[in-house]
Design a protein around this ligand. Structure first.
Ligand code: BGP
Length: 486
């Protein structure tokens, strides 16, 4: 079969904190993303170390009005240019566009009783225009951008009261936008709470007297409960709606067939799947509970929580896939960075400039693995290549490397569909250059559309189509058939 199923949703994915900018415009409150700084020449292997956040550092950043070294405060000015960008996405032929709603644009501190009217109007206009253009919105409720006040005043999601505040935010989203939006996601890469607890859940180590790891798992449990509650609400408030969960698919192979390497890889994959296990099976896996007990971690499970988790599971499983890695028990194994992880380098695979190992077959493996495990429809909501692009004197951007990345991954994705995987759609990361989540660079470019800004915000912001724009346009127009013509 050289085509994807009729009605397959082709598109792209954005995150509010990485594109909107306008961080303090029209009543928006500061979010955890607004203290992320661009650190010139930081080795990608060191990014994780830079996610250490302190109360003192937060206060200093919030006192600093700078936008040069806080790139997420300016994004790509999508807040003002979104009509132009939507027109380009429509020109690509998008059937779906994944975006997130910035919680602090609706509830500046997270504690307000009623939403910021300008924030509601912005998203209503955005979704209305998407619908006019025939683009289905796929909306992420939480994508690394919670109100920073909830981090500093509550220690983020470690405080159970944040559940109720999130439900208030989600209820506003469902009642205000439910006539325009039928496809929703709860937490972007909910598993990433272990790797960057502040970005994902507003948890701060110096505000965690119970212990940082204990606080992280308290926050995670509260996010699981919140997922179940908003899934129930979504179904009740929006007839025909579907709520998905969302995982960073960190597919890990054993470096060798030495059984201990195989066991080490198995442990990595079990840990990775734990999060979607809870959100799709509705129970904590026994292996995880036993491990938490061994580590002295107590989950703050209250009466009724387990029934909630079991009663309101995800309708579909979505995930991001960029790279794969291996695992080994050998202390000498060479490590390489991946998506906020450090894996053992796979000698059979090439790496991007940021060290992420390019593995299109890994996408097929991941699709088969997740579909076999959960037997629910899947949705690839992030996949793409970050690379340095050159703007020629003629204003062209030749990106054959990006075309090659997408061609190889989409062919493997189609093979998984041929094998019977029920795949709802594919939203590439990202249709347009934006601020990198991990490094706050724009020079790590993902888009089919180039944006004329540099890492310090210099430039016109002009949008230009790269060579890959026309290539992806043909893939969409042919529903994947053009993948065989090359
Ligand atoms: C995922 C995030 C996205 C996106 C992507 C690319 O983890 O969900 O927000 O940023 O990673 O990573 P980066 O931007 O760090 O290159």
């Amino acid at each position: 079969m050289s085509r994807f199923p009729d009605g397959f949703l082709w598109g792209g994915a954005l995150a509010a904190n990485q594109v909107e900018g306008a961080w303090d415009a029209d009543g928006r409150g500061p979010s955890v993303a607004d203290i992320a700084t661009y650190k010139p020449n930081v080795d990608p292997k060191e990014y994780a170390a830079h996610h250490v956040v302190t109360s003192e550092g937060i206060a200093a950043a919030l006192a600093d009005p700078d936008v040069t070294y806080y790139p997420k405060r300016r994004g790509i000015d999508f807040y003002h240019r979104w009509r132009e960008d939507l027109a380009l996405f429509a020109e690509l032929g998008f059937g779906v566009l994944r975006v997130s709603i910035a919680w602090s644009r609706l509830y500046p501190t997270g504690e307000e009783e009623t939403p910021n009217p300008a924030g509601v109007a912005f998203y209503r206009d955005l979704f209305t225009e998407m619908r006019r253009l025939g683009i289905e919105p796929l909306v992420t409720l939480s994508h690394y951008e919670m109100p920073i006040h909830l981090a500093t005043a509550y220690n983020g999601w470690s405080d159970r009261r944040v559940i109720e505040l999130f439900v208030r935010f989600a209820t506003t989203c469902f009642t205000e936008f439910g006539s325009l939006v039928k496809l929703w996601l709860t937490f972007n890469e909910i598993d990433s709470i272990r790797r960057h607890p502040f970005t994902t859940a507003g948890v701060i180590e110096d505000k965690s007297p119970q212990g940082f790891e204990q606080a992280v798992y308290e926050a995670l449990h509260h996010q699981f409960v919140a997922s179940a509650l908003v899934t129930q609400l979504c179904h009740e408030l929006i007839p025909g709606s579907r709520m998905g969960c969302m995982l960073t698919k960190l597919t890990t192979y054993p470096l060798t067939c030495e059984p201990e390497d195989v066991a080490a890889a198995q442990a990595k994959n079990l840990e990775n799947h734990f999060y979607t296990d809870v959100q799709t099976f509705g129970v904590y896996p026994r292996l995880i509970l036993a491990d938490l007990e061994r580590r002295g971690i107590t989950l703050p499970i209250l009466l009724g929580d387990e029934e909630l988790l079991a009663a309101h599971t995800a309708d579909f499983v979505s995930f991001s896939y960029y790279m794969s890695m291996t695992e080994s028990v050998s202390p000498d194994a060479e490590r390489t960075p991946g998506n906020t992880v450090l894996g053992v380098k796979n000698p059979y695979l090439p790496s991007s400039e940021w060290g992420w190992q390019v593995d299109p077959v890994g996408l097929r493996i991941s699709l088969i693995e997740l579909y076999d495990r959960y037997r629910k429809p899947l949705f690839v909501v992030e996949n793409g290549l970050g690379a340095r692009d050159e703007l020629t004197a003629e204003g062209k951007i030749h990106d054959p490397y990006r075309i090659a990345y997408f061609r190889s991954h989409l062919r493997e994705m189609r093979r998984a569909v041929d094998q019977g995987v029920e795949l709802l759609g594919y939203t590439s990361w990202a249709p347009i250059d934006m601020i990198s989540a991990s490094s706050s660079q724009i020079s790590k470019r993902y888009g089919f559309i180039h944006v004329d800004f540099d890492d310090l915000g210099n430039g016109s912001g002009q949008r230009r189509k790269k060579d890959s724009f026309a290539w992806y346009q043909r893939v969409i127009a042919s529903n994947g058939a053009s993948l065989d013509e090359e």
